[in-house]
Design a binder for this molecule. Structure first.
Ligand code: UD1
Length: 429
């Protein structure tokens, strides 16, 4: 498996193009199952998770076309794909395909809504917690589905189609909101989703669904109302920029110091992280081309942070922020409120010399003057990238093993950071 080698060094300067959001691209691709017409998606990131979902969709019978390069596009520009679910041959998503990526489970909503049946493997365990699917099941039942769980599969049927209903999610779930919103577009009557996720990726999916003919109000708020329609059509939609990738590179620049333009990034998707980073001594400014990050001279201040559903601080930036705080002056208290086991990076950051004490869902990070490079390994995507961030300032070499995880969610990380002066390389094995 490939490794990434980072040698701690000086500040970062230059431009990093921000890719389309992985967490928007995945549900948008799944939305193609709702129509027999072609859905064209632009600005799709070149990521392992995208390829993984493509494998599942094509297994169901969806035709997939990757469009060729166009004038002005380069290796870091998002790709355009076409998906056509006009000849679906299967409504079963197998364990082999679903267990590799949890978001695959979301196909259950569109399959059930359009074909009246779906058999989807339970996603199984995951490095960042148990991550059950109870809200999906309760929500689909509220839309009239009959659901059985047997031999590791969720078997859902609605022979006469789904009917609108009201579902209040016990806690905010991005996946359940995406799935139920998609399912409700083809249900008879009106569906109301209460305590819905307000994440920008939910709003992006709603924009695309609306372009496909769906009737949706309130996406981006905690109450979404969907009036079902008979059928949806194809459309062309560009994936919104990745706010997690943006925040990750902002933390990298904050850590190493320097001045970098995060091209195509949208500051309005990152209000809370920008505010928290500002308190830590990092300046982020919205410009016409994206977001500019600067930290010159002054050190990093310790700041407390708690993860929350959007618009709060995203759990997907918690590990990266913790890496930054390992070098702050003072002690930072970091609380993880979304996932119960999302501190896997703590042990590895400690191997680099960080001082971190864990107490349940809280981490107390006492800033140190120096980190020292070491071989490290991470078991999830965001944890892996936090080790790269720490490696940018650690003395000597940090070798991050299992780059597999990084490739799931970061497009050409070593190329993007390398172009700004980081001493980073991929070691193929
Ligand atoms: C999505 C994101 C992931 C992000 C997470 C939280 C994608 C592809 N993934 O994951 O990057 O970290 O949102 O912002 O967009 N829960 C239940 N029962 C359920 C569903 C969820 O208890 O049926 C719990 C989860 O265990 C977790 C919390 O609800 O504690 C939030 O999870 P959820 O928002 O559903 O995360 P994902 O959609 O899987």
């Amino acid at each position: 498996m490939d490794k990434i080698k980072v040698t701690g060094g000086g500040p970062l300067t230059g431009t990093i193009p921000i890719s389309g959001a992985k967490n928007a691209a995945l549900p948008l691709m799944i939305a193609s199952l709702l129509t027999d017409e072609t859905l064209v998606l632009e600005n799709v990131p070149r990521l392992r998770d995208v390829r993984q979902l493509t494998a599942l969709l094509t297994d169901l019978g969806v035709d997939y076309t990757l469009c060729g390069r166009r004038i002005g596009q380069d290796a870091l520009t998002g790709q355009t794909i076409k998906l056509n679910a006009g000849s679906v041959i299967s409504t079963t998503a197998s364990y082999d395909l679903v267990s590799k990526m949890r978001a695959s489970f979301w196909v259950i909503g569109p399959l059930l809504a359009r074909f009246g049946q779906a058999k989807v493997s339970l996603p199984g365990g995951c490095a960042i917690g148990t991550r059950p699917v109870d809200f999906f099941i309760e929500g689909l039942e509220a839309l009239g589905a009959v659901i059985d769980v047997d031999a590791g599969y969720v078997i859902a049927t609605a022979p006469d189609g789904l009917t609108g209903g009201t579902y209040r999610c016990p806690r905010v779930s991005v996946g359940a909101t995406h799935t139920l919103m998609m399912a409700a577009t083809l249900a008879k009557g009106i569906t109301v989703l209460e305590n819905a996720a307000r994440e920008p990726e939910v709003a992006d999916l709603a924009i695309c669904l609306t372009e496909m003919g769906a009737r949706i109000r309130g996406a981006g708020t905690d109450r979404i109302e969907i009036e079902g329609v008979e059928r949806l059509t194809g459309t062309t939609h560009a994936v919104l920029p990745d706010r997690i990738e943006t925040g990750t590179y902002a933390m990298a620049v904050a850590m190493a110091g320097g001045d970098v333009l995060l091209e195509n990034a949208r500051a309005d998707l990152l209000r809370e992280p920008i505010e928290v980073l500002g308190r830590a001594g990092v300046t982020l400014t919205a410009t016409n081309q994206g977001v500019r990050v600067q930290r010159n001279g002054a050190g990093i201040r310790a700041v407390d942070m708690e993860t929350e559903p959007f618009p709060g601080f995203p759990t997907d930036l918690q590990a990266q922020f913790m890496a930054l705080m390992t070098r702050a002056s003072g002690t930072s208290e970091i609380s993880e409120t979304i996932f119960e086991n999302r501190f896997m990076h703590v042990q590895e950051l400690t191997r680099l010399g960080a001082r971190i004490r864990l107490d349940g869902q809280k981490a107390f990070v006492e800033g140190v003057d120096t980190l020292k490079g070491a071989p490290v390994m991470a078991t999830d995507l965001r944890a892996s990238v936090s080790l790269v961030i720490a490696g940018l300032v650690a003395e000597g070499e940090t070798v991050v093993n299992r780059v597999y995880h990084l490739d799931r969610g970061f497009e050409q990380l070593e190329v993007k950071l390398g172009a700004c002066g980081a001493a980073i390389e991929r070691i193929a094995s």
